[in-house]
Write a protein that binds this ligand. Sequence first.
Ligand code: SF4
Ligand code: SF4
Length: 461
Amino acid sequence: MKNSIPEEKIRAVIEACSDCDVCRHLMDADCLFFPQLYRLWDQEQETGEPASSRELRDLTDRCNFCALCPCPNIRADIIDAKTKFIARDGLKYGVRTIEDVERIGEICGAFPKMFNTLLRHRWSGSLVKQAFGIHPERKFPTFTQKDFSKWAKENNLHVQGHPDSKRKVAFFVGCTGRFLFPEVPKAAVTMLQNCGVEVYVPEQKCCSMPALLEGDRQLAIGFMRFNLQQLTEAVDAGYDIVCSCSTCGFMLKNLLKEGAYYSDEYQQTVRGDESLLKVPAGKDLLDGHREEGFVVLQKSIYGKILKDEGYFSALRAQDRIRVAEHTFDLGEYLEKLLQTGELSAPVKTFGGRMVYFPPCHGREQNIGRPYIKLLTLLPNLRMESIDGHFTCCGMAGIMGFKREFHESSIRLGQRLMDRIRQIDPDRIVTDCLSCRLQFNQCLPHPVSHPIEVLEKAYTGQ
Ligand code: SF4
Ligand code: SF4
């Protein structure tokens, strides 16, 4: 039976990681979870006193699912423990409000002038922050006068185009792009259309990452159920799904389909022999007999471990696989268009020095650095990439906003900020809009999504 007691679930993680010990040093500087895990473990060894339920709950709060640590099963277990804590003990009011980025965007987006004034004013701004558990020093982004969805409707992007279009993209925008930085998805639309791609913006909700991170499974599954239906319909109509936000891409490509290949629903479509499990080769880190693009395993041995128990296993496995397999990161998609000759030459040159920061959920997609390839094609532009696998901006989704995490969030990003200060570029470029918020918090340099730079270079606007 699956462990349903949160304390036991997180204890199992503590036992496994203290036994292994790799992340004691590996994740020391870029994660809030592991340093605390080892502190608790060492304290237990010294005093013989086990960590309290409160300490265990606080420990799970420190993981932001950045996916930088080596074991996917460990971070899945941390989120599972946190979800179980929330299911049993509930969610704080402030967190319940700010985790629903979709609703905040809709409410504040309906009266942007009023909310922007309210948040900018020192006295009213600190009252709002206090009410929602936001740290007083955290800069709040400005709500746009017209969000992207309204613009997309005005430009008729909410309806599907001609069924015979050669290249068709269903654009999954993400909340931050829709409500705070609409210039980013607009640049993506212009760029794709410039390459002859038909762009359709289906109805969509939050990708679910903030709700998943806060342990609110019900909200996360509700968002994903809605998105899955819209996106499956788009895939059935021949659309590729493209995400300009690396976290949305990570959700749709990676997390959504976790476990789906092991489901009976999928197995019935691929296996002839009931005693076997067949998983597409390269889709999982599985080793075994290979046959026509599949790894073939004995069900009697592997069937007990390899089950459809991913976070989204309540949703239809075949739909999850279809959507995941048709989703591309925007940079990855543009690189594809470059290879097929559908992305023509840039028409504008601009000099200067930019530094590109690859966000963690982009790195996790294993697609290389498409934006670096595209940006280095721009004549006269000097590009530098901040790499090093374990570099984090510290924003951690909505965690950086929280009163209790703001200072740790700034500390976590310190190394990266120091490196950028050293380079002192004309502009920082990153495809994660949460990282952009953190750069805006910590540094004076202007920040762009790479698609904004590319749009200017390719359209001359
Ligand atoms: S996450 Fe994996 S590598 Fe890191 S300490 Fe835990 S078991 Fe070891
Ligand atoms: S996913 Fe990120 S925050 Fe969570 S334990 Fe791993 S490295 Fe730390």
